[in-house]
Design a protein around this ligand. Structure first.
Ligand code: ATP
Ligand code: SF4
Ligand code: MG
Length: 324
């Protein structure tokens, strides 16, 4: 059984200018002990998807349609108390600005101890600070933190971006969630540190059997971390499947464009200069296939009818070039 099953999920934001159609009809699974990378340009709905799965959407967001099952439980029918319990024990999320996931007024040690206190309570064990510190030091070594005994006495603002990432991964491991959600956790880091963190996450997934939902605008990064990949464009799921199936044989014109843009991706800006045009305004998204204004293969039907998600070989594709 999959850990997460999302079906036909649509999410919108109410704004003074109108309704933003941020996600439309998104369907996917995350299997136990596997990682799914979500890729798309800025504004494609990646963070919305992560927040929707963690039930952390802001108050102006609406679940328009669809269902989210987590570990066999229907997340969208739970009240806030039930959701809080699931988040405390089952889902751990690192936000797009990792520093904001830590509390600035507490030392790292206090925050990691608190994470452990929550887990000990859940497991029905009494809290023993000596034992807890031992476990914290062990996990900090697992995440290859240098000088962990100095680091734990610092405040978040005294750490580098890479150190904060390692602290967040360590915190996730101490809490032993079933699902680890990471929203662009490495995009602010330099390339070498980014590669180290990605490798670390991959190793730890294997060692600890945690499922990962990993969000990035960079398909090269996605290919390192993901067992599977989901390509989002303007809130529509365009292609979904095993990483190797999609990287070596992309079917969707947008996935092809993303892959073609790799050598020219400007990492600093996170932009994809290869693909002409820009991401549409989701207050008034393009009709039919949302990619049609930029698609080199667009046909008449593309602006009129939303393509269905169809199975092609081992992958799922939303494009009129396939199926029917
Ligand atoms: P980025 O790569 O820039 O982080 P993203 O893929 O994470 O982008 P989202 O943040 O999910 O994209 O945004 C999807 C759409 O929803 C965008 O059009 C964005 O402007 C809009 N949006 C996001 N948050 C809100 C909000 N709180 N209120 C209104 N609109 C929002
Ligand atoms: Fe291009 Fe049409 Fe396929 Fe959309 S549905 S990606 S516009 S060919
Ligand atoms: Mg985002």
């Amino acid at each position: 059984m999959a850990l997460i099953e999302v079906r036909n999920l649509s999410v919108a934001y109410k704004t003074p200018l109108g309704i933003v159609h941020a996600l439309e009809d998104v369907t996917f699974n995350v299997n136990r002990g596997e990682s799914l990378a979500v890729v798309g340009e800025s504004g494609s709905g990646k963070s919305t998807l992560a927040l929707a799965v963690a039930r952390l959407l802001p108050p102006n967001a609406v679940y328009v349609n669809g269902s989210i099952m987590f570990d066999g439980l229907n997340l969208l029918s739970m009240d806030n108390d039930e959701v809080r319990k699931i988040r405390g024990t089952g889902i751990f999320m690192v936000f797009q600005e990792p520093a904001t996931s830590l509390n600035p007024v507490f030392k790292i040690k206090e925050q990691l101890l608190e994470a452990l206190r929550v887990r000990y309570e859940r497991e029905g064990n009494s809290f023993d600070e000596h034992k807890a510190i031992d476990e914290i030091m062990r996990v900090l070594r697992d995440v290859r933190m240098t000088d962990p005994e100095l680091i734990i006495d610092r405040y978040p603002h005294q750490l580098s971006g890479g150190q904060i990432q390692r602290v967040m991964i360590a915190m996730g491991l101490l809490m032993r969630p079933k699902l680890y959600i990471a929203d662009e956790p490495t995009s602010a880091l330099d390339v070498t540190v980014q590669a180290q963190i990605l490798k670390l996450l991959r190793d730890l997934k294997r060692e600890y059997g945690i499922s990962i939902l990993f969000i990035t605008h960079d398909i090269a990064v996605a290919s390192i971390i993901g067992d599977s990949i989901m390509v989002l464009y303007a809130g529509q799921l365009m292609e979904l499947g095993a990483m190797k199936d999609i990287i070596y044989e992309p079917r969707h014109p947008y996935t092809q464009a993303l892959l073609n843009s790799i050598p020219r991706v400007s990492k600093a800006e996170g932009k994809l200069p290869m693909i002409g045009g820009s991401v549409p305004n989701l207050l008034n998204p393009p009709s039919g296939c949302r990619f049609h204004p930029r698609c080199p293969s667009a046909k008449d039907v593309c602006s009129k009818v939303v393509p269905s998600l169809v199975r092609v070989g081992n992958v799922y594709v939303r494009c009129h070039l396939y199926g029917q």
